[in-house]
Design a protein around this ligand. Structure first.
Ligand SMILES: Nc1ncnc2c1ncn2[C@@H]1O[C@H](COP(=O)(O)OP(=O)(O)OP(=O)(O)O)[C@@H](O)[C@H]1O
Ligand SMILES: [Mg+2]
Length: 348
């Protein structure tokens, strides 16, 4: 596929391969990709011959050759201009944001999905956030092991908790920074697009989650209780993101399906604007089935917002009429499935 830089609309029947294309593009960003699949589960089944995604990316100043592929049956590698690099190097060149239909339930399901969503957004502003999270998780597993095995070694806990508090407070500071930047960027969106106020949410005092000393105390005070539970109940690994629909003055979880979707989209758009402000260039956006649940009016407004953003956007939908309000301003591709293989053709 060759894109001109204008928004891309990919349409085709159910099962044609639209989401597969977006997933392939999403693997050009660090992490697990749009379907949250493990690297060794992405290959075409039943052949299971591995996979590779290759892209030429043109920025205003440079062209990059990006490749990512599975090797050694488990590990995913990234090559930038023919040199193997850590995945995180990709986010130094460009950022990527996405929305998939599985996120439609983000506001009504458990905190984990919202935390992951927030962490992915945070990673775009603070690339070290991922490494910090891995370090924290490693210590958390060690502490959980002690709790589960009913080990009571005060020194052992103290050593772990001190480090956990440092990393954990860092995680929440990064998350707060991200929420603040996105919150400020809602002003860039058209008034008619729904606005939400988002916040870090917690069942404990929020200040104590970004202050190392307070976190140390919280871990210590909870040891007994958590030993009974066999795991660490409180801490930055349990943080949540709340959202409030400003126009109606209600939590987003109480909103209608279409309103929830529109709010999710507005967060992605605000995030994109915040990234423009943060590093001067817009992120690549992958919007799978983005107009599902949106009425005509909202769909039209979304299209206006996408054109206003001027970033490389990929959208999918089952029918090309869903993109009619773009007129000639999109690159349209049709995906068809023939004998179990997807074919893609430019339709402009
Ligand atoms: N690892 C895999 N190996 C083989 N086939 C797969 C694999 N993953 C997905 N598929 C198949 O690829 C086809 C295209 O899937 P995809 O999700 O891209 O469709 P889609 O065009 O997005 O459809 P929809 O409109 O329903 O969302 C499906 O038939 C799916 O079962
Ligand atoms: Mg799909």
């Amino acid at each position: 596929m060759t894109m001109s830089g204008r928004p891309v609309a990919i349409f085709g029947k159910n099962g044609a391969g639209k989401t597969n294309i977006l997933e392939a593009i999403s693997l050009l960003a660090p992490g697990r990709g749009l379907r949250n699949a493990k690297s060794n589960e992405i290959a075409r089944k039943p052949e299971n011959l591995g996979w590779k995604v290759r892209a030429l990316l043109k920025t205003t100043s440079q062209t990059y050759e990006i490749e990512t592929f599975l090797e050694d049956s488990n590990s995913r590698y990234v090559r930038i201009d023919e040199k193997i690099q850590p995945q995180i190097e990709l986010s130094k060149i460009y950022q990527m944001l996405w929305l998939s239909p599985s996120m439609d339930r983000l506001w009504t399901e458990g905190a984990e999905g919202r935390r992951k969503f927030l962490d992915r957004m945070t990673l775009n502003f603070v690339p070290q956030h991922g490494a910090l999270s891995i370090k924290y998780q490693k210590l958390l597993r060690q502490r959980n092991r002690l709790l589960k095995d009913q080990v009571y070694d005060k020194n052992w806990y103290e050593a772990l908790e001190e480090q956990m508090a440092i990393y954990g407070a860092g995680l929440n500071k990064n998350r707060l920074l991200t929420i603040e930047k996105i919150g400020k960027s809602f002003r860039n969106l058209n008034q008619a697009f729904p606005k939400a106020s988002i916040a870090l949410a917690n069942n404990q005092d929020l200040d104590s989650t970004i202050n190392v000393d307070d976190l140390v105390i919280a871990y210590r005070n909870n040891r007994q209780k958590e030993m009974a539970a066999g795991r660490t109940i409180l801490g930055p690994h349990r943080i949540d993101m709340s959202a409030f629909y400003i126009d109606k003055n209600i939590p987003v979880s109480d909103c209608s399906t279409g309103e929830q979707k529109a709010i999710l989209i507005s967060i992605i758009l605000a995030n994109a604007w915040a990234l423009i402000e943060h590093n001067g260039s817009p992120p690549i956006l992958l919007l799978d089935e983005v107009t599902a649940h949106l009425d005509d009016d909202r769909r039209q407004k979304l299209h206006d917002e996408i054109l206003h953003l001027n970033s490389q956007v990929f959208m999918t939908g089952t029918d090309q009429d869903l993109f009619a309000s773009f007129g000639d301003l999109v690159d349209k591709f049709e995906v068809t499935e023939i004998n179990n293989l997807s074919e893609i053709a430019l339709k402009n």
